[in-house]
Design a protein around this ligand. Sequence first.
Ligand code: FES
Length: 166
Amino acid sequence: MSMTRRASIATIATAIAGGLAADALSFEGAEANPSTEPWHKIGTLAELKARGEIAFMYPDANSPARALLLGNGDVVAYSLICTHMGCEVAYARETQTFTCPCHGSVFDATRSGEVERGPAPRSLPEIAVRSSHDGVLYAVGISAPVFGRPESLEENQTIYGTGNER
Ligand code: FES
């Protein structure tokens, strides 16, 4: 796969901001082929543009995640499992932050899920998103294991970076 995570996100964002038809999007070397790739369908660009966010499960059926269309047009996605003790965080579109109901950690959706307020020790795991030529969005990898589910990553799933390095 020749494109970086950031490049693909930027391409999606550019297409949305520019109002391009979904089928105008393509990703060199990253065309969706769910039968052979461990890609997980999460929705469509049209849905994301209409609703601003899409809820899905990733990297397993018990791990809630959220894809977001940020105010600047960027498309991002994160695990909703707090890195402190595993509670499910809630997203606030007004502040573009996730807040944990258990101990108050806050994560910045505009900065790779960085911790804005602890006690969470690490960023939320960020999920890489790709689009097929016909505007279907897929989760294709995650930056770090989800709290309490280190075994949830499939063997051939893309994991970029180590921990939450930027
Ligand atoms: S579980 Fe989220 S702050 Fe403690």
